[in-house]
Design a protein around this ligand. Structure first.
Ligand code: M6R
Length: 612
């Protein structure tokens, strides 16, 4: 969702701001803008649509300043338009603000400010913020920290979530930033500072990054970064040195981020396994402290997440149950707290979130914590909000995932959660050594098996050409294959805009088979050896009714019966979604490509969903 970039230094700010916005495009947006501080005034340039159009705008020549803020907006309050685009400025044109989040009490604040003589031009919730800052600035005594104090007072009035960056034509050498429930980082350079919603936007300038805590208010000058906590006390924060190269956020030789990330999966999985599997010993999870006593006390594990991350949970539920003998329930985060689940101090909640910023997942985690649950966060983003809430954090090491459609995060999440299940079993002194050893061996072989699948994409490309004009597609599977079918269906919907459904193969006869007619496409996933014959029967039932069939399988299925079979290497049934999803990620990708769509930036979607 909305993206923020800021710069204060001695270089011209505009190119740095635009470059940062381009790096944040993955978050999803519908308008963009920048504000720079000139000698006397603040210049604001905004447009509806893409950053590349903003970049071409002749007006950018007017933005010559060395301090600036920029924004990509994903519309919530007010339609996408120039007037609703950020930055917003107060009616006296003193303070420009970019904001990510939602101000829930903006109506009452607007009334208060209108009564005080302030005027508004946009439909946004954000516009109250610069006006509120102006209001408090006028009430503050003259001092070096007058702007800082005014921003602090303004944030005290805000209900909701925000990441803010503020510049002012009155205090010309200062930028103030603040965060509550929306991500924000500051990069420390020599005589210059960078601000962004996410590290990749500024990584090419500095790898020394401060990740703001919730409630932080920060005063930034060219040479200093001063932190204040939620009680407005001066505090020290420690910088992280980021090890990703800025190249890892470039497309490189690939035509899109999504394709690049699909092809990065062998490495993402390898990096996620890292040094956790130890030869002739237990897995290394020394970064978390889960004891036997605790696991023995757990009566219930909830896995809570959204979208693809939730599908990773569905895929690992059987492994965790099998290895721990503890029942696992997988919940959609946006539903979790409203259904009032049974949570207590005998509950373990595992929250999965690639971005670590998904509002619903974080809200579910907070709910469970309040009820006494212990929590583990699985995320791909260092220092993300979820890591601040959870008792323990485990990182997938997939590297930055830029494309909106999640691919390498999914397979890395399954990998890490499988390792975690093994760890639980080892802590519990589970006797089932054979399955544990098998899984460990198979996990180490998975990166090369994924490479094999990736090298054989021709059949998928051909099939995409045959089906890209269709209106509906079905993905079916039994057991763990159904988990992969759910994820395959989501990938297709997201980037090709084709309606699709995932069903448990055995469920077709209970209703959905009524939708099958000549030429409807059904994709079957068959990796569970015990269920091959049953799954084949289900596919024959739809074939007889005219369906076109594609099968993804590691089993020996007769090619005389089914013409389109994509073979994947044999794999432990528990791990099969890691392999079976790969051709189906590619199928979604090539269908989207045939349709001439931009797979990296599907319509209406944002990479990181920071509002509920
Ligand atoms: O960052 P998260 O893993 O918390 O994101 C959860 C979902 O929003 C995400 O998986 C979404 O479904 C993706 N677009 C799927 O490709």
């Amino acid at each position: 969702m909305c993206g923020i970039v800021g710069y204060i230094g001695n270089r011209k700010a505009t190119p740095i701001l635009i470059n940062g916005l381009l790096k944040l495009e993955y978050r999803g947006y519908d308008s963009a803008g920048i504000a720079t501080l000139e000698d006397e005034d603040i210049t604001i340039i905004r447009n509806k649509g893409r950053v590349k159009e903003l970049k071409k705008s002749k007006d950018l020549d007017k933005a010559q300043g060395t301090i600036g803020i920029a924004h990509t907006r994903w519309a919530t309050h007010g339609k996408p338009s120039v007037v609703n685009a950020h930055p917003h400025i107060d009616c006296h044109k003193n303070f420009a603000v970019v904001h990510n989040g939602i101000i829930e009490n903006h109506i009452e604040l607007k009334k208060f400010l209108t009564d005080a003589g302030y005027t508004f031009v946009s439909e946004t919730d954000t516009e109250v913020i610069p006006n509120l800052i102006d209001y408090y600035y006028s009430k503050e005594e003259e001092s070096n920290d007058r702007l800082l104090k005014a921003v602090y007072r303004a944030t005290q009035d805000l209900k909701g979530s925000y990441a803010l960056a503020i510049i002012s034509k009155i205090e010309k050498d200062t930028m103030i930033i603040a965060r509550k429930d929306s991500p924000l980082v500051v990069g420390d350079g020599e005589g210059e500072k960078f601000v962004a919603s996410d590290i990749p936007a500024i990584l090419e300038y500095t790898n020394k990054i401060f990740i703001l805590n919730d409630g932080d208010l920060v005063k930034i000058t060219r040479d200093n970064i001063t932190f204040f906590d939620e009680d407005f006390e001066k505090v020290q924060r420690k910088a992280e040195i980021i090890e990703w190269s800025s190249k890892s956020t470039d497309k490189g030789e690939y035509e899109s981020y999504m394709l690049k990330e699909i092809y990065e999966q062998p490495n993402a999985i390898r990096e996620t396994i890292g040094t956790r599997i130890v030869q002739n010993d237990k897995c290394d999870f020394s970064d978390i402290n889960i004891t036997k006593e605790f696991l023995e006390s757990v009566s219930h594990i909830y896995i809570v997440a959204c979208g693809t991350a939730m599908h990773a949970g569905v895929a690992v539920k059987p492994i965790i149950e099998r290895l721990t003998n503890i029942s696992v329930e997988v919940d959609i985060a946006s539903e979790f707290r409203y259904r009032k689940p049974i949570v207590g101090d005998d509950t373990l909640i595992i929250c999965i979130s690639q971005s670590g910023e998904t509002a619903d997942t974080i809200a579910a985690l907070k709910y469970a914590k309040k009820k006494g649950a212990k929590s583990i966060a699985i995320t791909n983003v260092m220092g993300s909000s979820i890591t601040r809430e959870a008792d323990f954090t485990l990182y997938t090491h997939a590297g930055p995932e830029v494309a909106v459609a999640s691919t390498k995060a999914y397979t890395s999440q399954i990998t890490l959660l499988t390792l975690l299940a093994i760890h639980f079993a080892e802590v519990l002194e589970n006797e089932d050594k054979e399955i544990i050893d098998n899984l460990k061996n198979e996990l180490t072989e998975i990166p090369s098996k994924v490479s094999i699948v990736l090298e054989n994409s021709e059949k998928i490309k051909e099939f995409a050409k045959r089906v890209y004009k269709e209106k509906d597609l079905f993905f079916i599977g039994r057991g763990i294959d159904y988990a992969a079918a759910m994820e395959a269906s989501l990938k297709l919907k997201e980037i090709s805009y084709i309606h699709s459904e995932a069903y448990q193969s055995g469920e077709l006869k209970h209703g959905p088979i009524a939708l099958i007619e000549d030429d409807v496409t059904v994709v079957g996933i068959i990796t569970d050896r015990r269920l091959v014959n049953k799954s084949i029967s289900n596919l024959q039932e739809v074939a007889t009714r005219g369906a076109k069939i594609l099968i993804v399988t590691d089993q020996g299925i007769d090619e005389k019966i089914f013409e389109n079979i994509v073979k994947i290497p044999k794999i432990h049934p528990f791990l099969s979604p890691i392999l079976s999803i790969i051709p189906l990620q590619l199928l979604a990708y090539y269908i989207s490509k045939e349709k001439g769509l931009d797979a990296d930036k599907p319509r209406n979607l944002a990479k990181s969903v920071t509002v509920e």
